[in-house]
Design a protein around this ligand. Structure first.
Ligand code: EAX
Length: 360
């Protein structure tokens, strides 16, 4: 199913008046009111119309998460920006819920040029970009602000550079967020409770190591297969941020959750290099700006919804265990061997410089 927003049919930005802007804002707010009452409204488009080369382009932009998540909301803003600032010469079509493939499939579609854009979690891409492994280390990012400083600073920029290869152009960051454990069996507040629990992980060796080290029985699996695997009891649990847990309805098949915050996962915004090379430089620059604005807004949405969604999950009957600082420390200490196993491969200096950012 193709989901395209028709709310802003290639409106010429130059003639937007304040009143039309206000109306658009109201409509945007109303149209999403049912999906998520408290989402911050999609901002108005700012920036001039950009002169292109006279050609028209279409961007199919596919993501793994659902239409009710923060990520899709960010994509709607991206669509507004790009269509307005290209004066309708670039049309953006949005695809959610892995309709055009899961994270890895979408990335290979970019490489072959059959899809223009996607924004996967960094974790399934570590085989291609080993440097991304730093985002898989447990408890490395103590606050979202530290994550922002790293992603929006030198380290993040250099990683965008690294990921601009293999047929891909990396143009920005957004967030999936802090991951929380859910399961169908019992409340979990210590590694002892995980003994033998079948936990789905992303396709990533450090995540496997984390759950093995904690005593669970992890299985790597694509996100697209996860709901069915949970529903059928192929796995007992999984871990994802609250917003992804709710928007994917995992709480319908998982009675328990623990607020572990064990890993912070970014989304990386990727463009097919084949498509990129067809665009005039002015459009390339505009896409980078739009990705930046999308990333800022998506993070705002994700963070503003976190507590609200946690409460909604509780109201819907999920038993959520909040960990005491001592319980968090027990998880952290249990996971020390993961750092021993991966420090050299990930890069000790990189880990230390992120820790230094956190200490400031
Ligand atoms: O696109 O696989 C996962 O658990 C992630 O949340 C997925 O990358 C979302």
């Amino acid at each position: 199913m193709t989901i395209t927003r028709y709310a802003t049919p290639s409106f010429p930005l130059r003639i937007i008046t304040a009143s039309i802007g206000a109306l658009a804002l109201t409509l945007a707010t109303l149209s999403t009111a049912q999906a998520a009452a408290e989402m911050p409204p999609i901002p108005e488009v700012t920036g001039d119309v950009v002169e292109g080369d006279g050609n028209d382009y279409t961007i199919k932009f596919s993501i793994g998460t659902t239409q009710s998540g923060a990520q899709y909301r960010g994509l709607e803003y991206f669509e507004d920006i790009v269509e307005a600032r290209s004066d309708g010469h670039i049309q953006v079509e949005l695809f959610h819920s892995a309709q055009l493939g899961d994270d890895l499939q979408a990335v290979s579609a970019l490489q072959s040029g059959t899809l223009e854009m996607t924004a996967p979690s960094t974790s399934p891409l570590v085989n291609m970009f080993p440097q991304f492994a730093v985002f898989d280390l447990p408890f490395l990012f103590p606050t979202p602000e530290v994550a922002d400083e790293v992603l929006d600073g030198e380290i993040g920029d250099s990683m965008l550079g690294i990921a601009s290869s293999n047929g891909l152009v990396a143009i920005g960051w957004a967030e999936n967020g802090y991951r929380q454990l859910t399961n169908s069996q019992a409340a979990v507040d210590s590694p002892d409770d995980l003994d033998g629990l079948k936990v789905r992980t992303m396709q990533n060796p450090i995540h496997l190591d984390i759950w093995r080290t904690l005593g669970a029985n992890p299985t790597p699996m694509s996100f697209a297969e996860l709901f069915t695997a949970l529903e059928q009891g192929v796995v007992d649990g999984q871990e994802n941020p609250w917003i992804t847990i709710q928007s994917s309805r995992f709480n319908e098949v998982q009675g328990y959750a623990s607020e572990t915050n064990h890993v912070y996962t970014p989304f990386i915004t990727l463009v097919s290099e084949r498509f990129w090379n067809k665009l005039p430089e002015s459009y390339q620059q505009m896409l980078v700006e739009a990705a930046q604005q999308m990333g800022d807004y998506e993070r705002e949405v994700s963070r503003s919804l976190n507590d609200q969604i946690k409460q909604e999950l509780i109201d819907e009957g999920m038993q959520i265990t909040e960990l005491t600082p001592e319980q968090v420390t027990t998880f952290q200490e249990s996971l020390a061997p993961v750092y021993d196993n991966w420090r050299d491969q990930v890069g000790g200096e990189l880990i230390d410089s992120i820790r230094a950012t956190s200490a400031q």
